[in-house]
Design a protein around this ligand. Sequence first.
Ligand SMILES: [Zn+2]
Length: 203
Amino acid sequence: MDNVFSEIKSRLAMPEVARFYGLEMNRANMACCPFHDDKTPSLKVYDDHFYCFGCGATGDQTGFVAKLFGLRQIDAAKKISEDFGLGLFDREFAAPIKIAPNPKYEMQKWLGEARQTVKDYLTTLYKWHRDYAPRNQDDEFHPLFVESLQKIDYIEYLQDILTRGSEEDKRDLYENGKADIEKIRKRLDDFDNVQRFEKRKAI
Ligand SMILES: [Zn+2]
């Protein structure tokens, strides 16, 4: 049984495990730490362990999963074995373990995705504002230009919260802003589909 941990270490690299459970790393394998309120990436993912320069959190592959989901080491090992199909416990334990999601982690994950959505939409709005601005005084406003006029302020405000906001503002957005972010995501998806359609027509 004590081989289970070393087995996991030898079969899965730390970055692979971290990525699988939603940690977003930059090219230097630095990430925003899910174990404290981290605004800039201070958690470094090494090949066989992680270390946070902000809060000192550290551990190996199993330790990471244990911390993230609030599990005992052995349960974390079971989860990894199941999620990666390693089959390390197949003979000994038939019953799958139930995981209660870590609410703090859920929020950080949601905020990360929201940040990306808002950034994508804002980039698109700036582009529309530039590309569809009326050239002559009498031109009718293009609908995408109108959308940029209506939305840019609000989306900049959301981006401000998501990048520079206080922990309280972020929590407030997490609790009350889900519908808004969902709408933005849907707007981007719809626009993507239209673009794909237009491209097909052009060919
Ligand atoms: Zn930390």
